[in-house]
Design a protein around this ligand. Sequence first.
Ligand SMILES: Cc1ncc(COP(=O)(O)O)c(C=O)c1O
Length: 579
Amino acid sequence: MLQHLVRPNILKLKPYSSARSEFKGNGNFTLLDANENPYSNGLNRYPDPLQLKLKKRLSEIKNVPAEQIFLSNGSDEAIGLITTVFCEPGQDNIIILPPTFGMYRVAADVGNVEVREVNLTPDFQPNVDAILAAADDHSKVLYICTPNNPTGNSMEAERIRELLEKFKGIVVVDEAYIDFSEQESCTNWLDKFPNLIVTQTFSKGWGMAGVRLGTTFASEEIVGYLNKVKMPYNVNELTQWIAMQALENQAEMQARIQTILQERKKLEAALSQFSFVKKIFPSDANFLLVQVENPRELYDFLIEKNIIVRSRANVPMCEGSLRFSVGTEAENEWLVSCLEAFTALSTPQPPPKGETTSLPHLSNELSPFGGGKGVDNPILKFLSQATPRTATVQRTTKETDINIQLNLDGTGKGDNHTGIGFFDHMLDQVARHSGADLHVHVQGDLHIDEHHTIEDTALALGEAYAQALGDKRGIERYGFCLPMDDCLVQVALDFGGRPWLVWEADFKREMIGQMPTEMFFHFFKSFSDAAKCNLNIKAEGTNEHHKIEGIFKAFAKAIKMAVRRDFMNQQLPTTKGIL
Ligand SMILES: Cc1ncc(COP(=O)(O)O)c(C=O)c1O
């Protein structure tokens, strides 16, 4: 038990509790407890305060029980909360091992907690005896960063173990860069050392600094204290969702890490050629600490070239050093060519266009909400799944009984049974090529003929599109499509609210499969009426089957274009104020 290390007010603290976290049960609830907006857009509800799904998945990957995982808004938040839990302001102290990451001190300064510094040894290892000598009964937290920022090296496991055994307070092992290192994670020691906290992050190896997700591993008891003091919803829904997606793609993350490691090697080799480079410190991380002869001039020269590196020139034990993050191949090559220019004091060629990066906070190109790369953008993908555009239409008359289920943002699945094989095939084309999930089940009076079945299905389908599109905010509205197959087919479509059909497609055969060709016109006319859309269809060609299949495919593609949404521009695509 670690109660003796915890601040008395935290032990006594009654944390904030939401109605939802007090109540446990299964079922479909009517949520009237949290003063949320009830209208679903995928983000109208508060996120899971304990992020249980994400922890369950992380637990499988990290081999640490979910109860021993704490998630935070970056590991910076965890560092702040550790100080809050264990360090009494004006009384307790933390021990840090310079040169090291700056946030340990900042968190302590914010909390009015004394910081004791015990420098690393000249080979950047913890000085165990000096640390123990510096500690007293008020030394609550010791921070060990491995691989260490800014030096890049890993700390020897034996020294960490000795400190875990002998230091009387909490030992935080900050493994922000562990994914780049071959060092074993200290999470394997959680069972042995109740005073161990391991922090990791999605910001480095996972390449997701923008989502702000820190992962902390510790005893259930420590995780309990951290949960007590955190803000109730410290990890937002988008972050939880995107992290889940990332965890399913570990191979990609590993491949990127390998690329960064190769680039680090190349960069190290290139840097070592420069006469002004005095020393490159061995790195287990995604950066290199490099001691140079003239750090200030080099730093200023690089700034002139719009290259920002981190100066550690005035940090004790890193004197004269700059820290270079490993960039992309192009960025590293650009850096090296600038360094060559620095040596020759000439002007290098600027990098090829498109290979430099603007500052994310100065340009919205990199922002998930800017740049317009909607299709690949995980947040926009999330939003498109989170705000459903679905419709169910049941249409029953004496002649037909029709059930349609439509999801505009589906995966192209068709489940269509009208009793007319060829018609089913055409409806499957609509689903597949528009990316919608479409279920059309019809019991029609086929013993009379196909007319009612086809016409009524089109009416119900049009109604389903009108319903699923809702107020049409954000949609593209128009869709166009041009040649397909051996036929020239054009389908232009406008979900502008006014029904109209232009039909220029002649069929010489009376039937295709069991579908009368005269019903094609009827189908699109009925759809246009019910969906209130303008359809302009033209087709020419010789093969009748291809011609109508081309029309349905082009129709589907036109729908796909027209229903696409731009989430960042939730305007009605009209100047009239209503569609
Ligand atoms: C050693 C170390 N720990 C923690 C962090 C912060 O990580 P996060 O982005 O998760 O807050 C950094 C960031 O640079 C770091 O270098």
